[in-house]
Structures are given as C-alpha cells and as structure tokens.
Write a protein that binds this ligand. Structure first.
Ligand SMILES: [Zn+2]
Ligand SMILES: [Zn+2]
Length: 615
C-alpha cells in the first residue's frame, strides 16, 4: 500500500468491514465479533452467531442493511481509551473475542503478532512494550476496536458485493472456537467491481480442474492417492512439450543433464539444512534390510551438489551447469491439496550453476534472457520480484554474501531494464532470489520462474575449486527453474489458454474429417495421416457416420487448431481449405492449399513454436 489511491481503496475496504459487522449486529444483536481485516480485492469479518449459521441466503438482507448505513453517511470517528477501560467495554457489550485481544495487547504488544498478523487484527501491536491506549472507531451506533484508517464517512466506500461465507477458527487455531468468515469484494467504482466479477466468472470457466477433465489432460484416482496426478496421453504430450522447451533453452547455455534417484538417506537433507526447515513435509521410506532412514526426495539441489563434489574442480572448469527435470515428493496436508496447483508429487524443471563471483552477472543475464524467451513463446508477460530477506533470523549464510547477493540482484534488474519491485521477507532461507511473476489472459499474476542465490549449500557440502593461485575457494551456487513446479505451472497455463493450446503443444494438431465412409475416402485419408506423421504431426481422423457439421463442432469442443474436411474434391487432387481455430487467426480470408503445403506449414509452425497461424 504505497500511493494515495491504494491507501484510499484500503480505507474503503476496511470501512466496509465495519459497515458489514454493524449490519450483522443490527440483524443479529447477539453476534460476537472477531476480526475484520482488508484482504486482496476486498475484506472479511469473522463472526460468531452461536447456534445459528449464516449462509449466502442472508447476503441480500445484510447488503440491504449495509446500503442503509452507507446512505446515512455516518462519519467515522476515532476515539482512544486506556486498555483497561477497553477491556471493561468489551465485557459490557459481551464481546469475548475483543476482550481476549485487549488482554493480550495489555500484556505485551507482540503477543498477538505471534499467532496472527497484527495488521489482520487491525491493531497496532508492534514493538515489545506494553500497550497503554487503544483506539476505536465509531460510526452511528457501532463501535469497534481498530487502528484505522477509515474513510471520513460511510457514504465514501465505493462499490461492494458479499461473496461467500466459510468456517474459520478463531485466530486460525483448530483448538479455538469455530467462527464464520464473511467475505466481500470492494472497488472504488461500480465499473471496477463489474470487471472483477466478470473476471471471476471467466476464471470459473477456465478452472484447470474442469478443463483438465473436459479436455482429458490429467486424472486423479482414489487408489493412487490424493495430490498424485496421473497425466493422460493428451496431457503428457503438452507436459513433454513444455519440459523439452524448458530444457532446450538452457541447453543452449551449456547446461548438461544429470539424474538422481527418488529416495535418499535423511543425512543428505540434515546436512543441507532442509531437514530442520522442512522435515515434517518429507515422506519417510524404510528399508526392510538395513537401518537406513530414507525419504522421498523433496528437491534435487543437494544431489547435484554431490555430483559437483565428486571430483576436484579448477577455476577453469567453472561455471558447471547441471539440469534435471524430475519429480519431487512433499507431504502436503490433504486439506491444502488443490487440483494441479497443490500436489504431493511435483515435477520441477530444476537447474544449478556453480560459478566464481566474477561470473555471476553473465549467468544471471543469460538465464533472465532464457526465462523471457520461454514466456514470450507462451504469450505471458513478466514482472520481476526481488525477493530479499527481512530482519528475522530465518536466514542462513554469511552476511557479506547476502549483502553481495542483494546488491547484485538490484543491479542486474536495473541493467536488464526489467519491470521489477523489491519485497523483503520473500528470500529463500539460503539466499535472495529473482522471482518472475507472469500475467495470465484474464489479468491474474502468478509466481513462475525463479533464479536464486544459494550461500548455504556450498558451505555445508564443502564445495570447492582451486583458483589461479592454487588456493581453495567456495563456488557460488545459483538455482534456476523456468516453470518451477511443472504441475502448478500447467494449472496456470491451462487457465491462461482456456485449453486452446498453440500448435506446438496441442495434443491433436490436425483433425481430418471424412465426408463419407467409402473405401476411396478412407484410403485417401490414411495416406494423408501417414504423410502428416512422417512430418511429426499429431493428427486424428473422425470417420464416424455423423454429419460433417456435427464432426466440425466436435473438433471445436476439443479445441483442435486445424480441422480439414476431406471429400471428393480433395481426393480428386483439389486443394483444401483448413478450418483454423479462431484465436490462431491473424489474416481475414481462408485460403486453399495443396495437402503437402498445408502439412509442411503446420509442421513448421510447430517447430518454430509460433502462437498464431501462418495459413
Ligand atoms: Zn477499523
Ligand atoms: Zn535447486
């Protein structure tokens, strides 16, 4: 929240949280209120109605009550009182959740921040000192413990809509009472609200779980287990195409493929530092013969470090670059699994560079260029986040390296003229990183590629190289993944394209439709199929006895890039006019081609990875 417009929108959303809480209180006077923070695109308030439960059916009444309060233009007034007096206030109005917060605040300013973000509570709770006074905001008959900011009056809140209600434990702990969280979205103008609601509607249509099923891309099986996706032939075609491209761009930089097994002794991760950080996310594996404690590998970096460490290295050997696209396993909580976005087996397009400090710039520049090349090919624009450390003690590695790394990243972003912003607290525990955020077709931003310094593993695994003077030095390690987790990336990509994959990735690039089932037609089509396959094209024939119109519509449902109807004219040596999927078209009129011309052009499009047709 930096500029005024954002501050204003924040105040609007926060004020709406108060207005919603007061409306709920008007309708259910016995309501016990929790907290009501601003969240992305809107706000929520946690409420407890005892035995009663709110549902979406109540939204109309609540919204009508909110409209009344908004129309009244009640001013928001700030008042302050000593915290002890505030505790009495909470008790008097039978607000036990507020009372608990006030008691915590009174004990120590930081108690609250420990189990819930202070900002979410709407309280000033930074610093170690005890809080003496607390602030309240009042509008009309409603008063709430709050640190602001608010708009001046209830009629200055923009446009809003209540969206959903969900269960939420008080302060996020499952041992606490369960409350209900009522969410709303809010924007400065009705037009912006409309756009947001349209986007949500469109996002629903593009949901990768829905399209994954409709377009037969991946499945889940109860017998295999939750969070363990299985890719169908169609899904695997796209998967292999994306992985091959991600590896190909790095191969051009001199990356070499390596391979590591899927189970590993726990010692490896104890030594790398991952065990202490992520130990509870690992799947344990037991040997029936030895006492070895094994885990399913959650990442590949420590393995690659072992390959590096296996031979003496000289400054002349550097940089050494390894890449491996491989599946990692993480024991994510069942409740957090979601389609392909959150899975327990995830395939990473991982790579590691070991280099000297004087090579860092060149390596980052070349990796940035390749990330840009990849995302240009799939039509997503990128923004860069410099993920830096904050003041906490969550980070390992020497300070001077962190200083070096963070300064470097800022200079690299400047030099490459990238659209970037910095964010503290987003660094990995082992080093600062460049995270790429990709914008999808409906304006949502997703974290995708990453290039990261690692100041910890070279130290922990005692990696070295001999410099010009014959002395041992530590290499710098740089992680880079272009898609990150393929599975999560694929969920984003399906929603970005709405399942309309470009020719180079489309599982079925061409569909041939027969006008009849006569022997001459079938024979001709077989020949076309053979020619197409010879050119490496993925082609399917619809020789069913449905009408041609029905067959064309079916090809549309499957979002096939090119559909060709083959009948007497084509069989007699005439030219064909391909039907081209709308999003691929740039010119106006459909032209005709010989079969050979057509197939060669499509094969070339696939090879060049173009996103529009040249036909
Ligand atoms: Zn407030
Ligand atoms: Zn790595």
């Amino acid at each position: 929240m930096s500029d005024n417009k954002d501050d204003q929108l924040y105040a609007m959303r926060h004020s709406l949280a108060h207005i919603m809480a007061s409306s709920i209180q008007h309708l259910w006077p016995e309501v016990k209120l929790g907290v009501g923070p601003v969240v992305e695109n809107g706000f929520y308030y946690d409420v407890d109605l005892g035995a009663q439960q709110l549902s979406a059916d109540d939204f109309e009444r609540i919204e009508a009550e909110m409209a009344k309060i908004i129309k009244a233009g009640e001013p928001f007034q700030r008042l302050e009182m000593p915290v002890l007096e505030a505790v009495d206030w909470a008790r008097k109005y039978n607000q036990p959740y507020k009372e608990e917060l006030l008691n915590d605040l009174q004990r120590s300013g930081t108690t609250i921040a420990k189990d819930l973000d202070a900002a979410e509570l709407g309280l000033a709770a930074d610093g170690d000192s005890k809080v003496e006074n607390v602030s309240f905001y009042r509008n009309g008959d409603f008063t709430d413990l709050c640190r602001g900011p608010h708009v001046e009056a209830t009629n200055k809140v923009g446009a809003f809509k209540l969206m959903r209600v969900a269960g939420a434990y008080w302060r996020g702990k499952d041992s606490n009472p369960q409350m209900q969280r009522v969410y709303g979205v809010a924007f400065a103008t009705p037009k912006e609200l409309r756009q947001h609601l349209d986007m949500l509607e469109e996002a629903k249509k593009r949901d990768h779980r829905k399209l994954g099923q409709e377009l037969d891309l991946f499945v889940f099986s109860d017998l295999v287990g939750s969070g363990l996706p299985l890719y169908t032939p169609r899904g695997t075609t796209i998967r292999n195409g994306l992985i091959a491209y991600s590896e190909e761009v790095r191969e051009k930089l001199g990356f070499e493929r390596v391979w590591s097994p899927h189970i590993t002794k726990t010692e490896l991760y104890k030594k790398s530092g991952h065990w202490a950080k992520f130990g509870d996310e690992l799947f344990l594996v037991k040997s029936q013969e030895t006492d070895d404690e094994l885990v399913m590998k959650p990442m590949n970096c420590p393995h690659h470090a072992q390959i590096y460490a296996a031979r003496p290295r000289s400054y002349r050997d550097l940089p050494i670059r390894y890449m491996e696209t491989t599946t990692n396993y993480r024991d994510e909580k069942t409740g957090e699994l979601h389609g392909l976005s959150r899975v327990r087996s995830l395939t990473q397009d991982d790579s590691h560079t070991y280099c000297r400090p004087d090579q860092v710039d060149e390596i980052f520049d070349s990796l940035i260029e390749k990330v840009q090349e990849f995302y240009a090919a799939i039509d997503m624009s990128l923004r860069l986040r410099l993920s830096l450390r904050d003041g906490s003690d969550a980070y390992l590695g020497p300070d001077e390296l962190w200083q070096f790394g963070q300064d470097k990243l800022a200079k690299i972003a400047e030099r490459n003229k990238l659209d970037y912003y910095s964010q503290e607290g987003e660094a990995a525990f082992y080093g600062p990183k460049l995270d790429f955020m990709a914008k999808d077709a409906i304006g949502r931003e997703w974290q995708v590629a990453t290039i990261q310094f690692d100041f910890v593993q070279p130290e922990r695994f005692e990696l070295g190289y001999t410099d010009e003077k014959g002395e041992q030095q530590r290499p710098i390690m740089i992680h880079c993944a272009i898609m990150g987790s393929f599975d999560r990336f694929f969920s984003v990509y399906i929603e970005h394209t709405a399942g309309r994959f470009p020719v180079w990735l489309a599982p079925e690039q061409i569909r041939l439709i027969s006008v009849n089932q006569e022997a001459a037609t079938v024979e001709f089509i077989d020949k076309v199929v053979a020619q197409a396959r010879e050119l490496g094209l993925r082609v399917k024939v619809d020789n069913s006895n449905e009408s041609v119109g029905k067959k064309i519509r079916d090809a549309e449902v499957w979002k096939v890039p090119y559909t060709v109807v083959l009948g007497e004219k084509e069989i007699g040596g005439g030219e064909l006019v391909p039907r081209i999927r709308k999003d691929l078209v740039v010119g106006e009129d459909a032209k005709s081609y010989t079969i050979h011309e057509f197939l060669k052009t499509v094969a070339n499009e696939a090879k060049m990875r173009v996103s529009k047709t040249s036909l």
